[in-house]
Design a binder for this molecule. Structure first.
Ligand code: AQP
Length: 351
């Protein structure tokens, strides 16, 4: 049985990268699988511990989920801190994972900068909490952007080490499930969760620099399209997006060494559901001055209604809270079941 889990941090305005890399996929998956979507508020404390707007931003991400089309009747939507078992399982995983594994994470290296000794322990242990988020529900599939691939590999490493370390106990309790790991068929408690990273926009790049990821923390607002941007702002940002002086190529292979062109064509493809090849059939040989206004219109058509819905939903925080509360109860019941078994496996008393 497939179970989908993913989350977004309440660390600021969501941007087009978050939408195409994550939210748009969340929505498509809810019609096919059982899905759990979390606002990972505990994770956001690793960015800034003193976070004045945390409650507002948590509701803001939930509103963006709903505005993008997530349906609380189909998917479980909740905020992480409402289910304390996330933190509990993360602690157990802290004791499974090795410091060396965490030190190798590129996100940790980027975010900690040069003064690593001064980074918070939470920032170092971030992937352990992420593994707990996923494995608490024994999720099998995780839709994420390309930047999260390494953390997903670490989640699998943690699951595998836990399964190995406790293999005898898992077998004795008869709660293992069969799974394929590489060429081997093994039995384990936690599944090897697979990332779902596909499509033309797994890594949306900055509009100011095609070699940098579009990111909430980029100091330039022109580098990203926020889901909260109005039509004029979206059009202005696309008009000002950096490009090279050549016209668009006729085929997608020629986009390889042209990061800015590749990015804009990829965004168009993801928003329209077409392939880059289809788009270049139409725009190959034409200048960016022709392409950008069409891209801007498409972005406004797709994002405008989401923006409107976000405003409407955000105006009713009590409704958002009720969705998160209900989702939290449903997620909490599942979490409790898993943790009972984890207690049995590890040997912690259950009562
Ligand atoms: N540029 C991107 N392209 C595609 N997917 C992206 N994601 C983020 N940026 C891009 C995906 O969005 C989901 C939620 O992200 P998050 O808020 O949990 O974390 P993040 O990756 O830290 O977001 P930012 O904007 O990049 O923040 P900062 O500036 O703090 O680094 C994830 O699935 C992520 O892959």
């Amino acid at each position: 049985k497939q179970l989908v889990f993913s989350g977004v941090q309440p660390t600021g305005n969501l941007h087009l990268g978050n939408y195409l890399g994550a939210l748009q996929k969340f929505v498509a998956l809810q019609d096919v699988h059982e899905c759990i979507y979390c606002v990972v508020d505990l994770h956001s404390l690793t960015a800034t511990l003193v976070h004045e707007d945390l409650a507002t931003q948590t509701r803001g991400i939930a509103a963006a989920y709903l505005a993008s089309g997530l349906d609380p009747k189909k998917s479980i939507i909740f905020n992480q801190s409402r289910v304390p078992q996330h933190a509990e399982l993360a602690w157990i995983f802290n004791c499974v994972a090795r410091i060396g594994w965490m030190n190798r994470m590129t996100q940790f290296k980027d975010k900690a900068g040069k003064d690593r000794e001064n980074a918070s322990l939470g920032l170092l242990a971030y992937p352990s909490l992420m593994a707990a988020d996923i494995l608490l529900y024994r999720a099998t599939h995780v839709p994420v952007g390309d930047d999260q691939k390494q953390h997903l590999e670490l989640t699998r490493d943690i699951a595998q080490k836990f399964n190995n370390d406790f293999s005898a106990k898992i077998a004795e309790l008869g709660i293992g499930v069969d799974m394929q790991v590489g060429d081997e068929k093994v039995s384990g408690f936690f599944p090897m969760a697979e990332p779902l990273i596909d499509g033309p926009a797994t890594r949306v790049m900055s509009l100011r620099d095609g070699t940098k990821k579009m990111s909430k923390s980029d100091p330039s607002d022109l580098s990203r399209i926020n889901l909260s941007d109005d039509a004029d702002t979206i059009a202005k940002k696309i008009r000002k997006a950096k490009t090279d002086p050549l016209p668009l190529p006729d085929n997608a292979d020629e986009l390889k060494d042209r990061p800015e062109a590749q990015n804009l064509v990829g965004i168009y493809a993801a928003l329209s559901g077409q392939t880059s090849a289809d788009i270049l059939k139409e725009f190959g040989g034409r200048q960016f001055s022709d392409f950008k206004p069409v891209l801007a219109d498409l972005a406004v058509t797709k994002l405008g209604p989401i923006n409107g819905e976000m405003r409407r939903i955000s105006a009713d925080p009590a409704y958002v809270d009720s969705v998160l509360r209900d989702g939290g109860e449903r997620a909490g019941a599942k979490a409790e079941e898993t943790m009972k078994m984890v207690h049995e496996i590890v040997g912690l008393l259950n009562n």
